[in-house]
Structure formats: C-alpha cells, structure tokens
Design a protein around this ligand. Structure first.
Ligand code: NAG
Ligand code: NAG
Length: 187
C-alpha cells in the first residue's frame, strides 16, 4: 500500500468517524452556507453511508424533481456532502402534471429560466434534519422569504401549506426526504 493509498484510507475513516458527530455541533444554518462553497470534485474518494444524492435517484416517482436538483452543481454538492443537514420536500412526478406553468417557465425575457428553476428547488429544501416535522410551526426554506407551514395530515402524515400531503420518507446520512403530492412554491 503506497503512501497515497493509506493517506486516502485514513481520510475516509476520519470522515466516517467525525461527520456524524459534527452535524450536531455546528449550527445548521452556518453549516449549510459554508457548504455552498463546497466543490463536488472529490466525490469519488468519499465512501460511507449513503447520502441523499445516493438514494434519491432510486426513487422512480421522483425522476422529474431529481432532474431539477441535478441541474445545479452547488445543489449536487450539498446533497452529496455527508456533512450536510437537509430536509428535502420532493414533489412526486404526478405533482407536476396539473401545474399551470412549469417551474422553469418565465413570463418574459426579463426573467432567467435557470434562476427561476433554482429558486423553485431552494423552496423545497430546509437546511436542518427533521425526522419528525414540528406541527404548528413554519420552516424556513433555503429560498429567501419562503416558509413551509406544518400541520397534522392524514394517515400519520403532515399537511404542508394547508394543501400538500406528505407521503413516504427516506433517510440518508445527511438528511431526510419527504415525498409530497404537490409543489410548495411555483411563482
Ligand atoms: C466534513 O467535515 C469534516 C470534518 O470537519 C471535514 O474534514 C471534511 O472535509 C468534510 N467533508 C466534506 C465533503 O466537506
Ligand atoms: C389533476 O387534474 C385532474 C383533472 O382536473 C384531477 O382529476 C387530478 O386529481 C389532478 N391531479 C392532481 C395531482 O392534482
């Protein structure tokens, strides 16, 4: 085993041991904004428990939302970083069917379709891990000014913004996914 290989092995072990405990020490918001600077070029070295980026493509009913997430390098960096702390509200494919306009559809040439889609995605990410959602509260998303109102819903789920239902959840080392039957924001 060369010097390089052992250095990498040590790095991987170090990450595995410390990333879990670190998530609890660091203030979620500061933590998150630090993460935005992260560049996803050392992904191939990092192995360990599955991240959101590892598990979300497996979900056949989320392909549309996954395409949107993966349009942005910094979002990929965020969901693939084992140190991130994220709650992802993921609209299922059927949630996009009845929308009057697509998330990247702009009204006129003064708007940038890519920026519009980016804001749509940020409006579905909360920078903290909620294994249960706080009923009666509003969660601040990564999109400025956009909050998600949480209430009790049917079958042990939650109702969001008074009209969207949560369904199946999926856990990863750096966060949790709640499947939802509508979109939370689409202006
Ligand atoms: C996660 O946090 C550890 C400890 O601070 C750091 O060494 C590591 O580089 C971070 N991982 C990533 C992918 O940023
Ligand atoms: C979409 O619209 C159709 C027809 O109006 C309706 O039956 C269906 O329930 C709607 N689907 C969703 C996901 O809202």
């Amino acid at each position: 085993m060369g010097y390089h290989t052992s250095a990498i092995a040590f790095f991987v072990i170090f990450l595995t041991v410390f990333s879990a405990s670190l998530a609890h020490i660091v203030e979620p918001e500061d933590y998150f904004y630090g993460r935005m600077k992260f560049q996803a070029d050392d992904e191939s070295i990092i192995q360990g428990p599955p991240t959101l980026e590892d598990i979300i493509p497996i979900e056949k009913d989320l392909t549309r939302f996954v395409d949107y997430l993966r349009s942005f390098g910094d979002i990929i960096g965020l969901i693939s970083n084992p140190n991130s702390t994220i709650t992802l509200f993921a609209p299922v494919n059927s949630a996009f069917r009845n929308l009057t306009h697509k998330p990247h559809q702009v009204k006129d040439s003064s708007q940038d379709p890519k920026e519009k889609l980016y804001q749509f995605v940020l409006g579905h990410i909360v920078p903290a891990i909620y294994e249960t959602l706080p009923v009666g509260q509003e969660l601040q998303t990564m999109r400025q000014g956009i909050k998600v109102k949480v209430e009790n819903g049917k079958d042990g789920g939650y109702k969001l913004n008074g009209e969207i239902n949560t369904g199946v959840t999926k856990k990863a080392v750096n966060g949790i996914i709640y499947k939802i039957d509508g979109v939370l924001t689409n202006d």
